[in-house]
Design a protein around this ligand. Structure first.
Ligand SMILES: [Zn+2]
Length: 89
């Protein structure tokens, strides 16, 4: 599998580190304990399209948001992740 880093171009998987599901959102500080348990421990295991965080650890160090099909490993989009609080367009 190759991942298209927006800064470095197509690079081999071995240069990247998977950092988890990019669709999970942090609950409010006062949210019920169940919301925090879901946020910290529970993840879906989707078959098909999925949005993920990857880090180009052995390259430029960028955090990426990658849309990848978990069955075919086809990547349809890879973009730099935004700092917390900044809206991705
Ligand atoms: Zn890179």
């Amino acid at each position: 599998m190759r991942i298209p880093c927006p800064l470095c171009g197509d690079r081999p998987l071995e240069e990247f580190t998977y950092r988890g599901d990019a669709t999970v959102t942090r609950p409010a500080a006062a949210a019920p304990m169940e919301a925090w348990v879901d946020y910290v421990y529970l993840r879906d295991n989707p078959k098909g399209p999925h949005r993920e965080h990857w880090r180009h650890a052995q390259g430029c160090g960028s955090w990426l948001v990658v849309d990848r099909n978990t069955v075919t490993h086809e990547i349809t989009q890879a973009a730099q992740a935004r700092p917390a609080g900044e809206v991705q367009r």
